[in-house]
Design a protein around this ligand. Structure first.
Ligand SMILES: Cc1cc2nc3c(=O)[nH]c(=O)nc-3n(C[C@H](O)[C@H](O)[C@H](O)COP(=O)(O)OP(=O)(O)OC[C@H]3O[C@@H](n4cnc5c(N)ncnc54)[C@H](O)[C@@H]3O)c2cc1C
Length: 151
């Protein structure tokens, strides 16, 4: 989602939205939730990330043309706490890292004084999502540490 639409979307780092592909072909239904992986400090776009697997929803998603996508307003309470003296520990596996991208980017851009350690587990080094960005932000944010575990 780009430009004007993303400026109108008021969300907190870590929130998600439910997307409606309006398809009748998927026995699991047309709705799936996706974290907004961008940060409110990133202007001009909204980022949602997924892995395209061989499921009806993902196949339909991958086949969409550029255009309009129906989704709910941002939802969810999985957001950063406001007591900055409390340390933050994120445990993530695979695509589950999406809310942490949003929260870490937000904490870095706004120079929040909270200490954040993220443990991110993946099948192998090549599967680490957003690794370059996390490394860049760790160089800007001395309160941030990212630890990667691969199997
Ligand atoms: C609050 C919230 C936030 C979410 N954020 C994200 C996000 O940022 N990115 C994201 O990709 N997903 C996210 N999800 C999960 C997302 O909503 C879908 O459930 C997921 O992407 C799988 O959808 P699907 O249509 O491919 O599979 P479905 O049609 O829902 O599942 C079909 C079957 O495929 C199998 N299956 C599906 N996925 C996997 C898998 N990963 N490994 C093994 N088997 C599997 C299961 O057996 C399942 O029964 C979020 C969910 C919630 C509730």
């Amino acid at each position: 989602m780009n430009n004007k639409q993303s400026q109108d979307l008021n969300y907190k780092a870590g929130q998600y939205a439910t997307v409606d592909l309006e398809t009748k072909e998927d026995p699991e239904g047309p709705l799936r939730s996706f974290t907004i992986a961008s940060s409110p400090t990133e202007e001009g776009f909204i980022l949602m990330s997924t892995r395209i697997r061989d499921t009806p929803f993902k196949k339909k998603l991958a086949s969409l043309d550029v255009g309009t996508l129906n989704m709910t307003a941002p939802l969810g309470k999985f957001v950063l706490h406001e007591d900055y003296s409390k340390i933050v520990v994120f445990l993530s596996g695979g695509i589950g890292v999406t809310p942490f991208r949003s929260m870490i980017k937000y904490a870095t851009d706004t120079q929040l004084p909270m200490k954040i350690t993220m443990f991110d587990s993946n099948r192998n080094q090549d599967n680490i999502l957003f690794k370059d960005e996390f490394e860049e932000w760790a160089s800007l944010n001395r309160n941030l540490k990212s630890i990667y575990i691969d199997w």
